[in-house]
Design a protein around this ligand. Structure first.
Ligand SMILES: Cc1cc2nc3c(=O)[nH]c(=O)nc-3n(C[C@H](O)[C@H](O)[C@H](O)COP(=O)(O)OP(=O)(O)OC[C@H]3O[C@@H](n4cnc5c(N)ncnc54)[C@H](O)[C@@H]3O)c2cc1C
Length: 287
């Protein structure tokens, strides 16, 4: 088994590091108070191959491994935690659409995710609670050659900015839990959709918020996976995103440790730099 990064992975990591250092780090604070993420930066990330590198080449991806996407996420998060969400969501949602949406939808949308032209959100969590995700109540009812969605999704990343979303809805028995849940690819720029954003204490540009669906029509061909069985099928891919979230946190934590090392060498107290005091310098190598 090979534990060292390949030459390609080293190149991706280097590109991500350079972009993070030159384009993200110094302007991070400026962006951190906004509720949307700068689209121009998303496109720049796309142009450099820093979004959804692991997505299939058939849909504009680079066909790299998930390890490559993890390396990119970690480097980007070192400079801007919020920007790393763009790559995380690109891999997660791009992968979901490539695997479970119709060929037409995947061919139209996945390349746009990879290039940074489009952001696809995830509409799973509802106000009654997110952990018990399968017990969702947002309803999809048959209507002509499609479905009508009514209800609310909340806590959605990029809620006010996403161009489309994969929305999980109840199509079957309300008491059937995960069985009875279907997934739809929904264009978010259409009548009947209202969006808000939360005033989160951190990660503001990720723009977590609610999306309200009032009789929103979704064509039948936008259903993903199998009717009433989408939850189990699609959620199986979620574990990968959890690993990416871990790497995001690792990148940001490493930046904090590095900044602390620099600071304690520079800051003096009682006639010496803080780093010379064991109460400060002993815990730091363990971090
Ligand atoms: C930054 C961020 C981005 C997000 N982006 C998205 C997104 O794009 N799309 C989306 O759909 N959702 C998103 N979410 C929502 C996320 O998936 C939910 O926050 C998560 O599922 C938890 O749900 P909840 O916040 O409603 O907490 P709850 O489910 O209400 O849980 C509250 C507390 O109860 C505890 N708890 C719950 N169940 C149990 C149990 N069985 N045993 C013991 N303790 C339990 C939990 O650990 C927690 O401490 C995002 C959340 C965050 C913070």
């Amino acid at each position: 088994m090979q534990f060292q990064p390949t030459e390609d992975q080293k190149a991706f990591r280097e590109t991500a590091k350079r972009f993070a250092t030159e384009k993200l780090a110094s302007s991070y604070q400026e962006r951190a108070s906004g509720h949307t993420f700068d689209r121009a930066l998303i496109k720049q990330m796309g142009a450099l191959g820093l979004i959804g590198a692991d997505l299939p080449e058939e849909f504009g991806g680079l066909g790299e491994s998930s390890v490559t996407s993890g390396l990119i996420v970690e480097e980007i998060a070192y400079a801007d935690f919020n920007a790393s969400y763009v790559q995380l969501l690109g891999s997660l949602m791009g992968g979901m659409v490539a695997q479970h949406a119709s060929k037409e939808i995947a061919s139209e949308w996945v390349p746009k995710v990879v290039s940074g032209e489009a952001v696809i959100g995830l509409g799973l969590t509802e106000p009654r609670g997110g952990s018990d995700a399968a017990n969702l109540i947002l309803k999809a009812e048959k209507s002509g050659n499609g479905w009508r969605l009514n209800g609310e999704k909340t806590s959605m990343s990029f809620a006010s900015q996403a161009d489309a979303a994969v929305v999980f809805a109840r199509t079957g028995d309300p008491d059937a839990g995960a069985r009875g849940v279907s997934a739809f690819f929904v264009d978010l720029n259409q009548e009947g959709i209202k969006r808000t954003h939360f005033d989160d204490i951190g990660t503001k540009p990720v723009g977590r918020g609610s999306v309200f669906f009032d009789d929103v029509f979704v064509p039948a061909e936008n259903m993903m996976a199998e009717q009433d069985r989408a939850f189990g099928t699609i959620m199986a891919g979620f574990d990968y995103s959890r690993a990416l979230i871990g790497l995001e946190c690792l990148g940001a934590a490493q930046a904090s440790v590095d900044e602390t090392w620099a600071y304690v060498q520079e800051r003096e107290a009682f006639g010496a730099p803080l780093v010379q005091y064991q109460g400060v310098s002993f815990p730091l190598p363990e971090a």
